[in-house]
Design a protein around this ligand. Structure first.
Ligand code: HEC
Length: 136
């Protein structure tokens, strides 16, 4: 019994150490697709970028985070006051962001509050967005 547990632990440890820490460099097609998705489809840029006094996004500060300028339209909704900096995705692994965009949360921390949408993207779309945001 005890040796059985030992084997399971050994196999698990080998499995983890055999994984590469980062996926291979994404293609430029994937980055371009991620740019399109993040700015025109999933609208990450709209919430995660600061704006000037005319309410236009400040291009040089795209994805660096912003205050959410409106309150929840629903009572008793957990509502976040800020959309964090996602330029380069600091502090996140690729896997965490793919989980966030395909399952709605990173897997190891609570789901973000609204108005962050609970995305259910296809994995390829999520990976393209990660590839693009890493270039920002
Ligand atoms: C409608 C506004 C809105 C949109 C659109 C939006 N976000 Fe967010 N996002 C937020 C807010 C607000 C938070 C902070 C949530 C909190 O503090 O609980 C957040 C949080 C996050 C986080 C941190 C998650 C965590 O677990 O800490 C990441 C990463 C993120 N967003 C990435 C994205 C990406 C990538 C997109 C586009 C695919 C996107 N967001 C689209 C508003 C938005």
């Amino acid at each position: 019994m005890a040796s059985g547990v030992g084997i399971v632990l050994l196999v698990t440890a080998l499995g983890v150490s055999a994984q590469t820490p980062q996926s291979p460099a994404p293609s430029s097609d994937s980055v371009a697709r991620g740019a399109y998705l993040a700015t025109h489809v999933a609208m990450c840029v709209q919430c995660h970028s600061p704006r000037n006094e005319k309410n236009d996004i400040i291009e040089s500060l795209r994805f660096t985070g912003a205050a959410i300028p409106f309150r929840s339209p629903y009572r008793n909704t957990e509502w976040a006051p800020l959309a964090p900096n996602i330029r380069g995705l600091p502090g996140f692994t690729d896997e965490q962001i793919v989980a966030l965009l395909t399952e709605g949360h990173t897997g190891d921390r609570p789901a973000p509050r609204r108005p962050m949408p609970p995305f259910r993207m296809a994995p390829d779309d999520a990976r393209a967005i990660v590839a693009f945001l890493r270039t920002q």
